[in-house]
Design a protein around this ligand. Structure first.
Ligand SMILES: [Zn+2]
Length: 57
């Protein structure tokens, strides 16, 4: 899987993880891990398990 990086200076996308080929600026990951989405997912599982326990009782 090829990673695409984004220049933090000019906003240009590049395949180079070192420097932007256009302006030489630093590149960053344009898609950081979404922690909020993970939290929602975990909360949904916890709620589901709680509901199951209520039904059993
Ligand atoms: Zn750049």
């Amino acid at each position: 899987m090829t990673k695409i990086w984004k220049c933090s200076l000019c906003g240009r996308y590049t395949l180079s993880s070192e420097r932007c080929p256009s302006c030489g600026g630093r590149v960053k990951n344009p898609h950081p891990p979404n922690i909020n989405l993970q939290d929602k997912y975990i909360n949904a599982i916890v709620r589901l398990r709680r509901d199951m326990r209520w039904k059993q009782a």
